[in-house]
Design a protein around this ligand. Sequence first.
Ligand SMILES: [Zn+2]
Length: 324
Amino acid sequence: MTVATTVLAVSAAAGASPSTADTTAFDIVPLGVEGGVVEGSTSAWFIARHGHEQGLACDAGTLVPGIRAAIAKGGFPAGTRPSDVLHRRIGAYLITHPHLDHVAGLVMVSPDDRAKPIFALPEVNAALAADYFNWSAWPNMGDRGKPPLLARYRYRDLAPSAEGVPVEDTGLAVTAFPLSHGGTLSTAFLVRAGEDAMLCMGDTGPDAVEHSTRLDSLWQAVAPLVRAGRLRAIIVETSYPDPRRDEDLFGHLTPRWLHRELGRLAELAGGAGKLTDLPVVIGHIKPSVDGGPETVATIARQLSEGEGPPVRYVIAEQGLRLEF
Ligand SMILES: [Zn+2]
């Protein structure tokens, strides 16, 4: 199950630190990094225990185009067939919430996928069964809902904050924490590989705007891992640059709000120094229809210039492997 070290090289352009097999816990391949508007690179992350070929997909807005891009860019070994990634390397799905830009790839590819579990909060799985795999939007590929059940996908409900649930054949275990996303239930998945952990966060607004305590609860839950140096990375959205009026956030974050939320995590973990160089991988930036790179550059600059803790921001690029 190990991959030759020569194909584990990380693009320096992606901002990942040089790492060795001894200290690396996770291999992450961004399959889709944008927040809607344009199809072809919407939210999806391949996550594997370092050196393991089989992992899982956290969200599945884009699958095959992301897999193809990753093979072309070295995110997966040269010569890998896209079907091998889809059928074998992606051993399970974690779905943060049922918005289209997080599930379209899964729905589209399902006729050519293999049997596998979908891990999600019960309400999210219920929405997948009711809104997509319902013989109206799409044939019922699930094992619940409107018959006949094709049962290619097995819904696996995760109780909020429950002890890590093992994901078969991946060496990973997951815990789901609810997030508030402008009236929609979203999810942060804590993915564990032995003693190490990382967060794959779905869309979320700041607690202060959402009138919620869900981010605060998440930060409290992971603060001990930060204190112990075991939280290896956070994948989180920053959909819009500042300035943006609170009433126009629609359940999303800006650099200013992310700084404030990470500041709260630092406070709980024992000070800003505890977050020094913690990789914070940014996704779900809303692209412009005209394709200009300005928004990404603006968000990157605002993240690095602002007042948050001294984390290491990584602007994710589709297909470029990250190691943490
Ligand atoms: Zn969303």
